[in-house]
Design a protein around this ligand. Sequence first.
Ligand SMILES: Nc1nc2c(ncn2[C@@H]2O[C@H](COP(=O)(O)OP(=O)(O)OP(=O)(O)O)[C@@H](O)[C@H]2O)c(=O)[nH]1
Length: 306
Amino acid sequence: MQTTMPDIADTAPALRTGKLDWVGMGEIELPFIFESRNIAPVNVIAKARAFVNLHKEDAKGIHMSRLFLALDTLSTEQQVNPQTLAQALDAFITSHDDLSDQAQIEFKFELPLRRKSLLSGKVGWKNYPIHLIAKINQGVLSFELMIDVTYSSTCPCSAALARQLIQNAFSEKFAEQNVDKQTVLEWLGTTDGIVATPHSQRSIANVKVKLDSQIDSFDVVGLIDALEAELKTPVQAAVKREDEQEFARLNGQNLMFCEDAARKIKGLLEEQNYADYWLQINHYESLHAHDAVAIAVKGIAGGYTA
Ligand SMILES: Nc1nc2c(ncn2[C@@H]2O[C@H](COP(=O)(O)OP(=O)(O)OP(=O)(O)O)[C@@H](O)[C@H]2O)c(=O)[nH]1
């Protein structure tokens, strides 16, 4: 005998009535194929969050399974790009006809990219943490992209102090007026010659940009390339000695405080005309046990706040 299952989402009274901003699911494990400009579609495993608003005050709840299954379609039958995300958001809304008029999907995943060494021509994998958010609000789409770029920052203050120690050591070692070039050259190649080195630290730029809602494709690699080119000292994948030496030169020629890195990235994002942006620079200090942090936003009305 077939029995009808109770469906309390439709029949039970809400314990208490009222609108809710977002209702849905978090920490959904979701493999999918991600599409972005200038790379082949790539398999990633994301942690997803899926939400709709609940604007019907007396409804018991939303239909979680409908969101979950729409995400499953995205994962198994489609590739993730702006169009398919828009379709999934549309499915969220149409399956919650009288309950919701806003929806959002968030994905956090690591994007593995082949990155070239500085000089030797070797190539290796580097993973970039990506956070992608797609929203629809009464028919209006919006996309946000967050990327973390890891780089090395050498302290300009420490570099100046180290240079002074090197000058002092030179002055002490070569008191006479005329010094022999070969002797100085050899001395410079010793730890007595370069008596001090500045400290550098592994640093991370967290960058969030608001994308144009009309975009036909994501361009994650374009943004990563631009950020790394601006910072000039991104951490490397494959490294031979010639690459390491070039990295040392790049560090020496691009000394930066967290303020310098923040202003560089701010300038880049201004040039690239993003509708809005937020950035946080984190220098994980080797001089201190605490971090140096700088934050900046575009500063538009109703936009991101610092
Ligand atoms: N709304 C809601 N559902 C929850 C929650 N926690 C678990 N669920 C379960 O999510 C499941 C899916 O709900 P629905 O999408 O309404 O499932 P369904 O009634 O089989 O699907 P439809 O026939 O499409 O409505 C139900 O079994 C709920 O019990 C919660 O906090 N809120």
